[in-house]
Design a binder for this molecule. Structure first.
Ligand code: ADP
Length: 296
C-alpha cells in the first residue's frame, strides 16, 4: 500500500487482537488491554522506548508470550486459542530476532532450512529434509544475496550477513505474517537501512503482513505504511508516518529529547541473556539433530 493512503482494509484482517493484555508472572504489566487489526500486506512499525511493551505485543502475536486476557484472531485460522490453531498459525508466522538466533556451528543453508521444520512431523524431520526444501532454502538465500555463502558456517558471517540469513530463514517458512523484534538494532546505520529495505521489499513482493519493532524514527518514516506508537504498555499513536510530528514523538517517548536520543545514539536494550540463552538452547537441542544429516 502506498504511504499515507487511508488505513481501512478492504480484505479481512491478516491478524487482529481484541483487548489483549499481558501481565507477567512477577506482576509486571507488559501490555494493557489493546485492540489492533493488521491488514494483509501492511508494513507496520512499532515505535516506543525500551520497556514500552513492543516485544510483549510481538511475542504474544505468535504465542511466545501468553496473553493474560483477550483474543488473537488470524485469517484462515480464527482464534489461536483454539485447539491446534497456534501450531497452524506458527507455521505461517515467521519471526526475525534482534540477535539473529542462528545456530553458529551450522552452515548458512542448514540455518535457513530450520525455517522448514514447522512443515514436518518430528519423526520426519529426524532425516534430512526433502530436496524441495533445500531448493527453496537456496532460493531464499539467493533473494537475500547470500547464495555464495550457503555452505559457510554461519558464525563466519558479518552481523549484517547473519541478519540476512535470519531473513532467509523467515521467508523459507513462506509466511503470511512476519514479526521482527528490533531486527536492525545491532547493526550500523548503513547496514540497518539495507537490511530493513530488504525485509520491506520481500514483504511487499510476497504480500506478507509485517509487524516490526524499531528504535529509529527515521526508518519508520522511510519504510512504514503505518506506525503504532507504544508507551507504558498502551497504544499512544496509530497512523501513517506523515503524521509523526513533535507532539506524537513526545506522546510516544515522553519528550522530544528522548525520541532523538533513541533514534541514533542510545542502543536499545538487547534481549536479556537468560532469554537469549534459553531460546538459543531450545533451537540447538530441538532443531540441530533434525537437520544434520545422520551418519550412514
Ligand atoms: P520493549 O520491547 O518495548 O522494550 P517489553 O515488551 O520488553 O518492552 O517490556 C514491557 C514491560 O514488561 C517492561 O516493564 C519489561 O520490564 C517487562 N517484561 C518484559 N519481559 C518480561 C518478563 N519475561 N518477565 C517480567 N517482566 C517482563
Amino acid at each position: 500500500m502506498p504511504k499515507d493512503e487511508p488505513l481501512a482494509a478492504a480484505a479481512p484482517d491478516a491478524i487482529a487482537v481484541d483487548r489483549l493484555s499481558v501481565v507477567y508472572p512477577n506482576g509486571t504489566v507488559g501490555l494493557r488491554p489493546t485492540s489492533l487489526a493488521f491488514a494483509p500486506g501492511q508494513f507496520v512499525v512499532l515505535l516506543g522506548p525500551s520497556g514500552a511493551g513492543k516485544s510483549t505485543l510481538l511475542r504474544s502475536l505468535n504465542g511466545l508470550v501468553a496473553a493474560t486476557q483477550g483474543d488473537i484472531q488470524v485469517a484462515g485460522i480464527g482464534s489461536i486459542a483454539a485447539r491446534g490453531a497456534l501450531r497452524r498459525h506458527r507455521q505461517r508466522c515467521a519471526m526475525v530476532f534482534q540477535q539473529h538466533q542462528l545456530i553458529g556451528r551450522l552452515s548458512t543453508l542448514q540455518n535457513v532450512l530450520t525455517g522448514r521444520l514447522a512443515y514436518h512431523s518430528t519423526l520426519r524431520s529426524l532425516w534430512p529434509l526433502p530436496l524441495a526444501d533445500k531448493r527453496l532454502a537456496l532460493d531464499c538465500l539467493d533473494r537475500v544475496g547470500l547464495l555464495d555463502c550457503a555452505l559457510k558456517r554461519v558464525d563466519e558471517l558479518s552481523g549484517g550477513q547473519q541478519q540476512r540469513v535470519g531473513i532467509a530463514r523467515a521467508i523459507a517458512q513462506q509466511p503470511r505474517i512476519l514479526l521482527a523484534d528490533e531486527p536492525v538494532a545491532s547493526l550500523d546505520p548503513a547496514t540497518s537501512v539495507r537490511v530493513l529495505g530488504l525485509i520491506h521489499s520481500i514483504c511487499k513482493a510476497d504480500g506478507i503482513t509485517a509487524i516490526i519493532s524499531l528504535h529509529q524514527v527515521h526508518l519508520a518514516r522511510q519504510f512504514a505504511d503505518r506506525v503504532i506508537g507504544i508507551g507504558a504498555g498502551r497504544v499512544v499513536f496509530d497512523g501513517p508516518p506523515s503524521q509523526i510530528d513533535t507532539a506524537v514523538l513526545t506522546a510516544i517517548y515522553g519528550s522530544l529529547e528522548s525520541a532523538q536520543r533513541d533514534d541514533w545514539s542510545v542502543a536499545p536494550t538487547p534481549m536479556t541473556v537468560p532469554d537469549a540463552a534459553v531460546e538459543q538452547e531450545a533451537l540447538s537441542t530441538t532443531l540441530t539433530n533434525r537437520i544434520t544429516p545422520r551418519p550412514t
